[in-house]
Design a protein around this ligand. Structure first.
Ligand code: MN
Ligand code: MN
Length: 495
């Protein structure tokens, strides 16, 4: 009979003084990660959402009904068959690289439920965990509906059980900062940086592009998930607030590391989707414009309010923002047999004009490389449009060296540690490694494993087999190279 505000604080503050076990054993440092923060500091941990279980279930049930109603209506409308093949690549890329991350987030949230240093945070973790179960299940359900159209949607479930190189890059980051991190670090790296900073791009920007492209189903899925993310991402802020008072150096450090690593991943996944796969007439904003508005202006201002500085590598970040996803795009298209989706080259004359209008330096670094590819396609020299070698990969981001900046800046960064040489895509990744070498050493990236002879036979075929890429899903140009024809020299008139 009480009003919610009369009982809310009691319900979420359920905690007691342990008498049978030592609290250090019930909440081991390795899981909670509190470090030097005193126990009383967590009394001020407060979240703005004030959600109760009853409200949560009611709202989630409505969301779920809405999402599933759209799904059912669209199943009958055969909308999928009318979609632009370039856009389809975005949804396949999303499903394959994101579904299992949602499932990993269930584990992270359940760690909060058990080991977080504040009962309020533990209570909120329950809702976060239920959110993430819903997200993984929505991805699986929607992909299952689409399986009959395209086997690539099987990768929603399958991708993280393969060695596909892009999936390994995603897994490497989330294993580190979501599955293997303690509560404090996971809240800083995942809730605060990935969920608050970057998922807006994946879920808001991509949902808008999907809606424009006529993919109401995918847009609906993304929006339904984003409303949950916007809520549980908030648990990063009270954690940051406590940390800024008692352990500000660690807050800044985890933020700097996770910002760079998540930026490089989103650049690879969302940057290519927004600036190359979405049909040009339906693009809302460029990846860079969205990053500047949501991440640089909005997210950075919020961070500043809490006393965090811009990462020390801000200049490098801005250069990378202009170029990194173009580098990753031409690289992924060139190595297209190693993808489980069909990438759109995205450099027809109209697309190229759009790229030049958004990125004034695009032509100099990337247009000139695409011209080589176009000439080879148009002269029928297809062999030259495929790779013969492997790119050296960064031992932190797992992305190719030379993919962080323009083609005039291909400098390699290296460190030697315990007799082994490590390569990095940037001074930032090198700094990450050098700061905590024990955390990262010993890991072998795809190319390391190739050179060690773990991938046999040592050719493209052996590599594809090792990655689990089968002929049904192997990537090829989304439009079967038709876009290149408009660049062909006109046939000479016979006199
Ligand atoms: Mn999620
Ligand atoms: Mn989440």
């Amino acid at each position: 009979m009480l009003a919610r505000d009369d009982w809310y604080d009691i319900a979420r503050d359920v905690d007691w003084t342990l008498s049978y076990v030592d609290s250090k054993e019930a909440f081991p440092e390795s899981w909670s990660g509190v470090g030097p923060v005193p126990a009383e500091a967590w009394n001020s941990w407060d979240e703005p959402y004030r959600v109760t279980f009853r409200d949560y279930v009611r709202v989630q049930r409505e969301k779920e009904t809405g999402a599933l109603a759209v799904r059912d209506a669209l199943k009958r409308a055969n909308i999928y068959e009318k979609l632009d093949p370039a856009h389809t690549a975005s949804s396949q890329l999303h499903m394959g690289t994101t579904c299992m991350v949602e499932q990993m987030a269930v584990t992270m949230q359940s760690r909060f439920c058990r080991f977080a240093p504040s009962p309020r945070w533990r209570s909120l973790g329950v809702f976060g965990m239920l959110d993430e179960i819903r997200h993984a299940q929505l991805d699986l359900a929607f992909s299952h509906d689409l399986l009959k159209h395209d086997e690539r949607f099987d990768w929603c479930n399958k991708a993280f059980h393969t060695n596909e190189w892009g999936v390994l890059a995603v897994k490497n980051f989330f294993d580190d900062w979501m599955l293997n991190a303690n509560c404090i670090e996971a809240a800083m790296a995942t809730s605060l940086t990935v969920e608050h900073g970057f998922t807006n791009m994946q879920f808001v920007a991509l949902a808008a592009d999907a809606m424009e492209a006529g993919d109401v189903d995918f847009s609906n899925l993304l929006s339904s998930i984003q409303t949950d993310e916007a809520r549980h991402a908030q648990l990063g802020f009270p954690t940051l607030e406590v940390l800024m008072k008692h352990d500000p150096k660690r807050a800044q450090y985890v933020f700097d590391v996770s910002f760079w690593r998540s930026f490089r991943l989103f650049q690879t996944l969302t940057g290519t989707s927004m600036d190359y796969y979405t049909p040009v007439a339906q693009r809302k904003m460029s990846f860079k414009e969205f990053m500047l508005e949501w991440v640089v202006h909005h997210h950075e201002r919020t961070m500043k309010d809490y006393g965090l500085q811009k990462p020390w590598y801000w200049e490098t970040f801005l250069k990378c923002l202009d170029h990194g996803h173009h580098a990753m795009h031409i690289g992924t298209w060139f190595w297209r047999p190693t993808l489980f989706w069909k990438p759109n080259a995205g450099v027809s004359k109209a697309e190229r004009a759009w790229l030049n209008s958004k990125y004034p330096n695009w032509e100099d670094s990337w247009g000139t490389l695409w011209d080589e590819i176009i000439a080879n396609v148009n002269s029928g020299n297809m062999a030259a449009t495929y790779p013969e070698t492997l790119p050296a990969l960064c031992n932190i981001t797992q992305l190719p060296l030379g993919s962080a900046w323009d083609r005039h800046n291909l400098q390699m960064y290296t460190s030697e540690y315990k007799g082994r040489l490590y390569n990095f895509d940037s001074d930032v990744s090198k700094w990450i490694f050098d700061t905590e070498p024990e955390r990262y050493c010993g890991h072998t990236n795809v190319v390391d494993r190739f050179l060690m002879g773990q991938i046999q036979p040592m050719n493209l075929g052996g590599g594809l087999q090792w990655m689990g890429i089968t002929p049904e899903v192997m990537g090829d140009d989304a439009y079967a190279y038709k876009w290149a024809a408009e660049y062909a020299a006109p046939a000479r008139k016979v006199a």
